[in-house]
Design a protein around this ligand. Structure first.
Ligand code: NAP
Length: 255
């Protein structure tokens, strides 16, 4: 059998930087640390947690990596231009890995859900990821390489009462991921989603208890490092042929 032609692999990471939105805490902080360990200079975006973002940068630098903190509310329509500009100036290179991780919850049962609760979650968890992706694709398509990973949720795959806004945003993000992936696949850019289940962070601190854990086949919450490991794989050179995929990391919750 003749061997299939294998593509000539470029140097990795490429001559670019990574941007992690909401990188100051929780899952985003673990992703930032993981990508830095893989050799990426990492821009750590945050909204209000300047001290937490500075701690993430310090920790990465202490491990020999490169990082900078960049303030920006992702829901602000001007944020992508400002945040990308700052990252690219800091590292002198385009953003070639984008992790759309920033996210919020505003839980309420649908009959009581306010317009503000709906809009805040859609703006932050869905519209911002679209705008950041649109901005990222410019440089990635020019470079003919790039990795985008969108952090969605098992709430995109199965109903979670009290989260109709969050579930709609995360399901929208999933289909956005698939569509963007097929649009740019021929340019060497991959777009994938990671769907965590219950991960021990500030976001879930008040939710995780015995009842919830007994509903998870693995009988435990996941760690931020377990989510980061999935992202690191999707950003790696080895994942060049993986695009438009969703990787669940949920201890079997959505199986
Ligand atoms: N934890 C889970 O079980 C779980 C499960 C499924 C999916 N997810 C998703 O995973 C992602 C991270 O969740 P997490 O649990 O790590 O959350 P978290 O601990 O609450 O941290 C949220 C991060 O997002 C940032 N952020 C929030 N709003 C922002 C905004 N408007 N602009 C810029 N940054 C903003 C926060 O920065 P500041 O502190 O500066 O605001 C913080 O760094 C989210 O998209 C979430 O929906 C989490």
């Amino acid at each position: 059998m003749p061997e299939a032609d294998s593509p000539v692999l470029p140097a990795w990471p490429p001559a670019g930087c990574a941007l992690v939105t909401g990188g100051s805490r929780g899952i985003g902080a673990a992703i930032a640390a993981g990508l830095a360990a893989d050799g990426w200079p990492v821009a750590v975006n945050y909204n209000s947690g300047a001290d937490a973002a500075a701690d993430v940068v310090r920790e990465i630098e202490a491990q020999g990596g490169r990082a900078c903190a960049i303030q920006g509310n992702v829901a602000d329509p001007d944020a992508p231009e400002r945040v990308f500009g700052a990252a690219e100036e800091q590292f002198g290179a385009p953003v070639l890995a984008l992790i759309n991780n920033a996210g919020i919850t505003r839980d309420n049962l649908t009959p009581s859900l306010s317009d503000e609760e709906w809009e805040a979650v859609i703006d932050t968890n869905l519209t911002a990821a679209f705008r950041f992706t649109r901005r990222a694709l410019k440089g990635m398509m020019r470079a003919r390489t790039g990795r985008i990973v969108n952090i969605t949720s098992v709430s995109a795959l199965r109903a979670n009462p009290g989260q109709s806004n969050y579930g709609a945003a995360k399901a929208g993000l999933l289909q956005f991921t698939r569509t963007a992936a097929v649009e740019v696949a021929r340019r060497g850019v991959t777009v994938n989603a990671v769907a965590p289940g219950f991960i021990a962070t500030d976001m879930t601190a008040e939710l995780i208890g015995p009842d919830l854990l007994s509903a998870i086949p693995a009988r435990r919450a996941g760690t931020t490092e377990e989510v980061a490991a999935c992202v690191r794989f999707l950003v790696s050179q080895q994942a060049a042929y993986v695009t438009g995929a969703v990787l669940t990391v949920d201890g079997g919750l959505s199986a």
